[in-house]
Design a protein around this ligand. Sequence first.
Ligand code: PLP
Length: 306
Amino acid sequence: MIRVEVLLSRIFENARQIAAQTGVALWPVIKADAYGLGTREIARALANVADGFCVFALNEAIAADIWNQTGKPSLALGPAEPRRLQEYLIHHVRPSVIDVPTATALREAHPALCLDTGMQRFTCSPSEAPAVIEAGNIAEVFTHATRMEHVNALQQWAAAQGRKLMLHAAATAMLGEPRAWLDAVRPGLGLYTGAVRITAPLIETHTSQGPVGYTGFTTVRHGVIPVGYTDGLRRGQCRINRQPRRILEVGMQTAFVEISEHDQMGDLVTLLDDHLTPAEIAKSWGSSPQEVLLSLTRTAQKTYLK
Ligand SMILES: *Cc1c(COP(=O)(O)O)cnc(C)c1O
């Protein structure tokens, strides 16, 4: 009974603005089922603004049929699978490679190289990179950048190579930094700003008497929503009838929320929207906005609004 509404026109508009602002190629990141929102639906919504899509694994691009749905290629950011050349070719997915044998095996699929500038995971060291470039006939090099020093390291390394390379580094966190845009940007989280609303109805309302629930919390009035751990919910903020309220206790499939005397059965409890953003919720969870979005959308039935 958790309700996740996804405003596709807002996601398109976010992408269009990023493309217009940066003026470079746009490769939206739709890994992890587009952060729980549905790879195929998000890819289709962005088909006319994206130059291509980033996924983590080949299988994600195949499952969502990105090439046939959008006519745009994909780049798989995670570890390459050297025995699946034909599938990379058929589905128009380019692998990311980090070693000579894999680059050689997948040369025909136009691999990109992921250069280590600090991430130290699924990356190729700058010293080994020239041999991998040679083996895979590579024309595109990217890195994971969270700070300008990562971008600078990529550019300095590229400048010392004897060939022209397409470079990219920026995810959402670096979009405010023009020097990080290079030849393409790879936003994930930033595509979904203002585009997701998650709600659930109050299915019980009570005047509290003494300790309540498993944990024995005390409050004046409490309500119950049919959303729990199974939906990825944790304790923290919510809003009811525009007022900020607390999620007081979470169980497997239900949660207790604080309510006022004006809140009625059937009223909607907002768990995430424009005013209660993944970034704010992440603070009370001690987590990242990406985890919040994925956690609350992953298992839910989604409603797509144009
Ligand atoms: C996930 C990912 C991104 C997108 O990150 P956001 O912070 O969600 O924008 C970009 N690049 C790489 C390599 C990634 O793994």
